[in-house]
Ligand binder design. Structure first.
Ligand SMILES: *Cc1c(COP(=O)(O)O)cnc(C)c1O
Length: 225
C-alpha cells in the first residue's frame, strides 16, 4: 500500500534526522511521480503529501491540469532543454536541475509576472561522469553569483545525483564534498540541499540534505514500456 510506504519513508527520514543530529523536520520529502498516474498521485496526496517532482514537462502539465483542484507544489527535476524553459517557468514552483546561465536567464525572462519568483537549485555533477548533467564544482561560485542577479528567480541551493553506490560511506562522500563547498560560500540564503533518492537517502541526510527526492521507494518500480 502506497499509504504504508509513505508512512515508512517519513519514519525513516525522521530517524535519520535523529541519528545524524539534524534538526527535527529539517528534511522534506519530495515525491517523484514521473511515469506514475494521476490516481497514484492523488492517493499519496490524500495521505498528506504536498510536494511532487516530475522530470518530463509535457507529462507533468497533463497531470497538473487533471489535479488542478489539489494544493500541490510542483518541482521540476529533469534535464532542461531550451525549448522547454517557457513551459517550466509557467507551470512549476521549483526547478532543481538548472545547470547553465543560459537556462537560468530564460527561466527568469519567461517567469510570468503574476507568479512569485521561481525557486532554483543548481545541479552539480559531483561524480564527474561525462554522461550526467550538472556543472562542475569549480563553476559553482560564479554561477551562484550570476543566478542571484536574475530578477524572477530565487537561488535556493544545490542538487546532486551521484553515481549509484551500495556502500554507505561511499554514498556519503560526494554529498559531503558538495555540502562543504556550499558552506564555504557563506551565504545563508542557500538553504536547500536537494540530495538523496530511494537508494541513498540516509547517506544524503547524514550529509545535510534538506530535500530527498523519492520515487521507487514510494510508488514502486517505474515501467517505461
Ligand atoms: C527519478 C528521479 C528520482 C527518484 O529516483 P528513485 O531512485 O526512484 O527514488 C530522483 N531524482 C531525480 C533527478 C530523478 O530523475
Amino acid at each position: 500500500m502506497i499509504e504504508t510506504k509513505l508512512k515508512a519513508l517519513l519514519t525513516q527520514i525522521r530517524q535519520a534526522e535523529q541519528t545524524y543530529h539534524r534538526a527535527p523536520s529539517s528534511v522534506q520529502l519530495l515525491a517523484v511521480s514521473k511515469t506514475k498516474t494521476v490516481e497514484e498521485i492523488a492517493r499519496v496526496y490524500y495521505a498528506g503529501q504536498r510536494h511532487f517532482g516530475e522530470n518530463y514537462c509535457q507529462e507533468a502539465i497533463q497531470k497538473q491540469s487533471a489535479l488542478g483542484a489539489y494544493d500541490i507544489t510542483w518541482h521540476f527535476i529533469g534535464p532542461i532543454q531550451s525549448n522547454k524553459t517557457k513551459l517550466i517557468a509557467q507551470h512549476f514552483s521549483w526547478v532543481h536541475s538548472v545547470d547553465s546561465l543560459k537556462i537560468a536567464q530564460r527561466l527568469s525572462a519567461q517567469r510570468p509576472a503574476q507568479l512569485p519568483p521561481l525557486n532554483i537549485c543548481l545541479q552539480v555533477n559531483i561524480s564527474g561522469e561525462a554522461s550526467k548533467s550538472g556543472i562542475r564544482l569549480a563553476e559553482l561560485p560564479e554561477l551562484c553569483a550570476q543566478v542571484r542577479e536574475l530578477p524572477h528567480l530565487v537561488l535556493r541551493g544545490v542538487m546532486a545525483v551521484p553515481e549509484s553506490e551500495d556502500d554507505f560511506e561511499k554514498q556519503r562522500h560526494p554529498f559531503k564534498i558538495l555540502s562543504d563547498a556550499v558552506k564555504a560560500l557563506h551565504d545563508p540564503s542557500l538553504d536547500t540541499y536537494s540530495y538523496g533518492m530511494s537508494g541513498d537517502l540516509t547517506a544524503a541526510i547524514a550529509e545535510g540534505s534538506t530535500i530527498v527526492r523519492i520515487g521507487t521507494a514510494l510508488f514502486g518500480a517505474r515501467d517505461y514500456s
